[in-house]
Design a protein around this ligand. Sequence first.
Ligand SMILES: [Zn+2]
Length: 282
Amino acid sequence: MFWLIVGAVIVVVVLFKLGVFRHPDECRDCGKALKGTEQKVFKAGGFCLCKNCASKIHPQIINYAKENWSYSDYTDYLTWEETTKEERAQFDPDVVYGNQLAIDTERNLFRFGSNGDDNIVLRFADLTDYDLNFKPEEYKEGILGDKVKGNEYVSVELSCPRVCLESVINYGVKLKVKQKGIISNKYTYNLSDGFADAIRAFSVCYYLQLKIDTYNQMCRDVDEVDKALALYMFDSMDEVTPSTLEEHKNLLMKAFDQNEEKSNGLYLEKIDNAYNLLASMI
Ligand SMILES: [Zn+2]
């Protein structure tokens, strides 16, 4: 009798381990019962999707989604995908940097990453933060002048699809050191021309878009000077000189000209007001 009970317990434990008693997971979206291998687990949100429903998420963002999304992030994404599909299909980049970064400054769209055309087309309207820069890694002294070696990268944060993505655009870029402090180790260098152009186009699109959608809302509590600095792409008043101010204004006006639909006077007025304010503080 004892061995019979022990045997029965062992059988139950083995069956339990095999998942026989476990209620099969269901796809949260379509309700399909899922076997172990075909379910896509979304850890943070504590739900599963079947292969088919998970494939609605763009491959570039699926890994981020699996680690970070709640179920409502997923449904928000599906709505976003559907409602912005046509707009994003118009993507026709006018600023392209290698095959890694492409910007459509007219439609305020961009795409980045190593998969070129297969990357997801995103909207500046959904961008909440970004960093597009060169990260120095190695300093090299040379007879023909010192160089700094590093990587050009981009990282973006969007409200929808809710993601933070990062990509190195170019590895092992060598830039000529312009100036080096004699005592301190600080040095300056110029970014490569193509990359500098891409950064300018990207930031102009970002700030112009910010103005349309969230400018007033977002800046309600921020004082006028900060708004003006943001519009003119300055981090602080330290960067504002008559020549940089003029240069940034030209960039804004250039971007403004490309956006005819936005030519409603509002922009010109804001660009002018901000200019006058900053100029008065130099
Ligand atoms: Zn499903």
